[in-house]
Write a protein that binds this ligand. Sequence first.
Ligand code: PLP
Length: 366
Amino acid sequence: MSVPMVDLKVQYETIKEEIDRAVLGVIQSTHFILGPHGKALEEAIAAYHGVKHAVAVASGTDALHLALIAAGIKPGDEVITTPFTFIATAEAISYVGGVPVFIDIDPVTFNMDVAKLEAAVTPKTRAVIPVHLYGQAVEMDPLMAIARKHGLKVIEDCAQSFGAGYKSRKTGSFGDLGCFSFFPSKNLGCYGDGGMVITNDADLAEQMLSLRNHGSRVRYYHDRIGFNSRLDEIQAAILRVKFKHIDTYNAKRRQNAMTYNSILSAAGVRTPSELTNTVHVFHQYTIRVKNRDAVKERLDKGGVTSSMIYYPVPLHLQEAYRNLGMKPGSLRGAEEAAREVLSLPMYPELTEAQIQAVAEAVKKAM
Ligand SMILES: Cc1ncc(COP(=O)(O)O)c(C=O)c1O
């Protein structure tokens, strides 16, 4: 047995007929850009999150970039975020000329440590981007209270957390804007690139609609310099099919995580923690291992399971952010996580036998 990190083929096989029909329908309609599927998907995703507006865009990175423009972030503005995320979170800040300000993470959840947020606020701070990493929500109540006190915009990075909950609400519905990625391996993924922004603010939604389409709301009239960042109809049609199954997919991920937990925690492995007020959707199933690199090497050689390191270098120590002048040791929680995290195969269709094989291989490699 050889278990991959993600198996998109096995999922496609289970929904093949619906997907094929949806894709063919778009081709036959020849309505490829900004059509009925995109609009229906936006309505369905807004309703799912209990928000008023959703605007589909071309990727999760674009969702963050355009959200920051809509939120009015300007060159020199400081935006507080986590160093332990995919670089797109910080890149979006850099695209608008903003300065990413990294604060350390909570070693239990791997998310931004909200207790460190207020101390990082300066007169130049304009926004905060919490990232719901691996599928678990950031502590949004205290975060929102600090943001509101200091007049900061909140842009949630929900690229890994579609369907995740905090208290009784879903991630993306707390801040001013919530940004999603539909990259193929995400909890809700299309068959290419895609993204979405949700908001309750009609003005922000209007701006997003304009920004994604060359600064235009009326054809060939351009109110601002915008972008070509539309979700195409084929991807929207695929997402509408997959969206019908998202709660089942997330429930299966949770069940798989519990199966992993029961085998691995009995063996003394540091398994992921789910806080009591969150519903974790396990975009990644990530353990902590002191001798991580040696364990990963043994797993790679054993050939039973794939494993991945998300992320080996925190953003404050990346070459791309050398200009920030941050040194090793400045954000110890993130640096230690980068040395110890190891993500194991996780997708809804994993079988119990596969999970057992992976867990046994991990135990043997420790
Ligand atoms: C936390 C995070 N933010 C942003 C992105 C960017 O999304 P995309 O790849 O759709 O541009 C990703 C995914 O790749 C991500 O994991």
